[in-house]
Design a protein around this ligand. Sequence first.
Ligand SMILES: [Zn+2]
Length: 206
Amino acid sequence: MRIRPASSTSPAHAKSRAARARALSKTGSGLPAPPKWLATFKRPALADDADAVALALRLAERNIQEETGGPFGAVVYSLARLEIVGVGVNVVESSGLSVMHAEIAALIDAQTREGGYDALANGFGLACSCQPCTMCLGAIHWARLQRLSYSATKADAEKIGFDEGPGDRAIVAGLRRRGVRVICGLHRERGRQVFEDYRRREGKIY
Ligand SMILES: [Zn+2]
Protein backbone atom coordinates (compact mmCIF):
# COMPACT_ATOMS: atom_id res chain seq x y z
CA MET A 1 0.00 0.00 0.00
CA ARG A 2 3.04 2.26 -0.02
CA ILE A 3 2.39 5.24 -2.25
CA ARG A 4 5.50 6.34 -4.04
CA PRO A 5 6.09 10.09 -3.88
CA ALA A 6 5.52 11.64 -7.31
CA SER A 7 7.25 14.76 -8.61
CA SER A 8 5.12 17.89 -8.39
CA THR A 9 5.04 18.19 -12.18
CA SER A 10 4.13 14.57 -13.04
CA PRO A 11 0.69 13.82 -14.56
CA ALA A 12 0.13 11.28 -11.76
CA HIS A 13 0.65 13.95 -9.13
CA ALA A 14 -1.62 16.40 -10.99
CA LYS A 15 -4.29 13.68 -11.21
CA SER A 16 -3.98 12.88 -7.54
CA ARG A 17 -4.31 16.60 -6.74
CA ALA A 18 -7.47 16.80 -8.86
CA ALA A 19 -8.91 13.75 -7.04
CA ARG A 20 -8.16 15.38 -3.71
CA ALA A 21 -9.81 18.62 -4.83
CA ARG A 22 -12.94 16.64 -5.75
CA ALA A 23 -12.89 14.90 -2.36
CA LEU A 24 -12.54 18.26 -0.62
CA SER A 25 -15.48 19.77 -2.47
CA LYS A 26 -17.75 16.83 -1.62
CA THR A 27 -18.81 18.12 1.77
CA GLY A 28 -19.47 21.59 0.37
CA SER A 29 -17.75 23.05 3.44
CA GLY A 30 -14.17 22.86 2.26
CA LEU A 31 -13.62 19.94 4.62
CA PRO A 32 -12.69 16.51 3.29
CA ALA A 33 -15.36 13.79 3.47
CA PRO A 34 -14.39 11.14 6.07
CA PRO A 35 -13.74 7.59 4.79
CA LYS A 36 -17.07 5.93 3.86
CA TRP A 37 -16.66 3.04 6.33
CA LEU A 38 -16.57 5.53 9.21
CA ALA A 39 -20.30 6.31 8.75
CA THR A 40 -21.20 2.76 9.81
CA PHE A 41 -18.46 2.32 12.42
CA LYS A 42 -20.10 1.06 15.63
CA ARG A 43 -20.01 3.50 18.54
CA PRO A 44 -20.55 1.30 21.60
CA ALA A 45 -21.16 2.56 25.14
CA LEU A 46 -17.84 3.01 26.94
CA ALA A 47 -16.91 1.62 30.36
CA ASP A 48 -13.96 3.93 31.04
CA ASP A 49 -11.02 5.85 29.52
CA ALA A 50 -9.20 2.64 28.60
CA ASP A 51 -12.28 1.58 26.63
CA ALA A 52 -12.21 4.88 24.73
CA VAL A 53 -8.52 4.36 23.88
CA ALA A 54 -9.29 0.79 22.74
CA LEU A 55 -11.86 2.22 20.34
CA ALA A 56 -9.36 4.81 19.05
CA LEU A 57 -6.97 1.91 18.39
CA ARG A 58 -9.72 0.01 16.57
CA LEU A 59 -10.21 3.08 14.34
CA ALA A 60 -6.46 3.20 13.59
CA GLU A 61 -6.45 -0.53 12.78
CA ARG A 62 -9.46 -0.17 10.50
CA ASN A 63 -7.91 2.83 8.72
CA ILE A 64 -4.90 0.63 7.92
CA GLN A 65 -7.05 -2.34 6.81
CA GLU A 66 -9.25 -0.17 4.59
CA GLU A 67 -6.17 1.66 3.24
CA THR A 68 -7.89 5.00 3.85
CA GLY A 69 -5.09 6.73 5.75
CA GLY A 70 -2.40 6.65 8.40
CA PRO A 71 -2.23 4.50 11.56
CA PHE A 72 -3.97 6.95 13.87
CA GLY A 73 -7.48 7.06 15.38
CA ALA A 74 -9.22 9.28 17.94
CA VAL A 75 -12.50 9.42 19.86
CA VAL A 76 -14.24 12.32 21.63
CA TYR A 77 -16.46 11.20 24.49
CA SER A 78 -18.56 12.67 27.26
CA LEU A 79 -17.03 12.07 30.69
CA ALA A 80 -20.34 11.84 32.57
CA ARG A 81 -22.29 9.63 30.18
CA LEU A 82 -19.25 7.88 28.64
CA GLU A 83 -20.89 8.38 25.25
CA ILE A 84 -18.94 8.73 22.03
CA VAL A 85 -19.71 12.06 20.36
CA GLY A 86 -17.03 12.09 17.66
CA VAL A 87 -14.64 9.75 15.86
CA GLY A 88 -11.78 10.43 13.48
CA VAL A 89 -8.91 8.86 11.59
CA ASN A 90 -5.85 10.35 9.96
CA VAL A 91 -6.63 11.34 6.35
CA VAL A 92 -3.65 13.64 5.69
CA GLU A 93 -2.50 11.74 2.61
CA SER A 94 -5.91 11.20 0.97
CA SER A 95 -7.13 14.74 1.68
CA GLY A 96 -3.88 16.51 0.92
CA LEU A 97 -4.36 18.51 4.13
CA SER A 98 -1.57 18.52 6.71
CA VAL A 99 -4.00 19.32 9.55
CA MET A 100 -6.20 16.26 9.04
CA HIS A 101 -4.87 14.29 11.99
CA ALA A 102 -7.24 11.81 13.67
CA GLU A 103 -7.67 14.11 16.67
CA ILE A 104 -8.68 17.09 14.50
CA ALA A 105 -11.08 14.90 12.49
CA ALA A 106 -12.68 13.62 15.72
CA LEU A 107 -13.06 17.17 17.08
CA ILE A 108 -14.66 18.34 13.81
CA ASP A 109 -17.07 15.37 13.97
CA ALA A 110 -17.91 16.06 17.64
CA GLN A 111 -18.31 19.84 17.37
CA THR A 112 -20.43 19.47 14.25
CA ARG A 113 -22.73 17.01 16.02
CA GLU A 114 -22.76 18.74 19.42
CA GLY A 115 -23.34 22.25 18.15
CA GLY A 116 -20.26 24.40 17.72
CA TYR A 117 -16.77 25.42 18.81
CA ASP A 118 -17.71 25.66 22.50
CA ALA A 119 -19.97 22.58 22.58
CA LEU A 120 -17.26 20.43 24.18
CA ALA A 121 -16.27 22.94 26.86
CA ASN A 122 -16.18 21.08 30.19
CA GLY A 123 -17.20 17.45 30.45
CA PHE A 124 -15.57 15.89 27.39
CA GLY A 125 -12.39 13.92 26.76
CA LEU A 126 -10.26 12.87 23.81
CA ALA A 127 -8.87 9.34 23.51
CA CYS A 128 -6.13 8.73 20.95
CA SER A 129 -4.28 5.75 19.54
CA CYS A 130 -1.04 7.73 19.92
CA GLN A 131 0.27 10.68 21.93
CA PRO A 132 -1.03 13.83 20.21
CA CYS A 133 1.34 16.19 18.38
CA THR A 134 1.71 19.86 19.31
CA MET A 135 -1.02 20.93 16.86
CA CYS A 136 -3.52 18.48 18.36
CA LEU A 137 -2.56 19.42 21.94
CA GLY A 138 -3.36 23.01 20.95
CA ALA A 139 -6.71 21.84 19.57
CA ILE A 140 -7.47 20.19 22.93
CA HIS A 141 -6.91 23.57 24.60
CA TRP A 142 -9.15 25.42 22.13
CA ALA A 143 -11.94 22.83 22.44
CA ARG A 144 -11.70 23.16 26.26
CA LEU A 145 -11.58 19.40 26.78
CA GLN A 146 -11.03 18.11 30.30
CA ARG A 147 -9.30 14.81 29.67
CA LEU A 148 -6.71 13.32 27.33
CA SER A 149 -5.92 9.62 27.23
CA TYR A 150 -3.72 7.81 24.75
CA SER A 151 -1.94 4.56 23.96
CA ALA A 152 1.35 4.65 22.03
CA THR A 153 3.94 7.38 22.55
CA LYS A 154 5.58 9.96 20.29
CA ALA A 155 8.70 7.75 20.37
CA ASP A 156 6.68 4.73 19.16
CA ALA A 157 5.46 6.71 16.12
CA GLU A 158 8.93 8.10 15.42
CA LYS A 159 10.41 4.60 15.59
CA ILE A 160 8.71 3.70 12.26
CA GLY A 161 9.65 7.04 10.69
CA PHE A 162 6.83 9.52 11.44
CA ASP A 163 7.94 13.08 12.21
CA GLU A 164 5.96 13.93 15.34
CA GLY A 165 7.16 17.51 15.60
CA PRO A 166 8.72 19.38 18.51
CA GLY A 167 8.45 18.26 22.13
CA ASP A 168 5.31 19.14 23.98
CA ARG A 169 6.06 19.14 27.71
CA ALA A 170 5.23 22.83 28.14
CA ILE A 171 1.85 22.46 26.42
CA VAL A 172 0.97 19.36 28.45
CA ALA A 173 1.99 21.17 31.64
CA GLY A 174 -0.26 24.07 30.62
CA LEU A 175 -3.19 21.73 30.00
CA ARG A 176 -2.66 20.08 33.38
CA ARG A 177 -2.54 23.50 35.10
CA ARG A 178 -5.91 24.22 33.51
CA GLY A 179 -7.28 21.00 35.07
CA VAL A 180 -6.98 18.62 32.12
CA ARG A 181 -6.30 15.08 33.30
CA VAL A 182 -3.71 13.33 31.10
CA ILE A 183 -3.59 9.52 31.10
CA CYS A 184 -0.72 7.91 29.15
CA GLY A 185 0.11 4.44 27.92
CA LEU A 186 -3.31 2.72 27.98
CA HIS A 187 -3.15 -0.49 25.90
CA ARG A 188 0.42 0.56 25.04
CA GLU A 189 1.43 -2.79 23.54
CA ARG A 190 -1.55 -2.79 21.16
CA GLY A 191 -0.67 0.81 20.27
CA ARG A 192 2.86 -0.24 19.34
CA GLN A 193 1.44 -3.16 17.34
CA VAL A 194 -0.65 -0.76 15.20
CA PHE A 195 2.57 0.95 14.06
CA GLU A 196 4.29 -2.39 13.52
CA ASP A 197 1.40 -3.59 11.32
CA TYR A 198 1.52 -0.36 9.32
CA ARG A 199 5.28 -0.68 8.83
CA ARG A 200 4.94 -4.33 7.77
CA ARG A 201 2.33 -3.37 5.15
CA GLU A 202 4.75 -0.68 3.91
CA GLY A 203 2.27 2.08 4.67
CA LYS A 204 3.25 5.57 3.52
CA ILE A 205 5.29 7.58 6.01
CA TYR A 206 4.67 11.33 5.73
ZN1 LIG B 1 -1.70 15.77 15.56
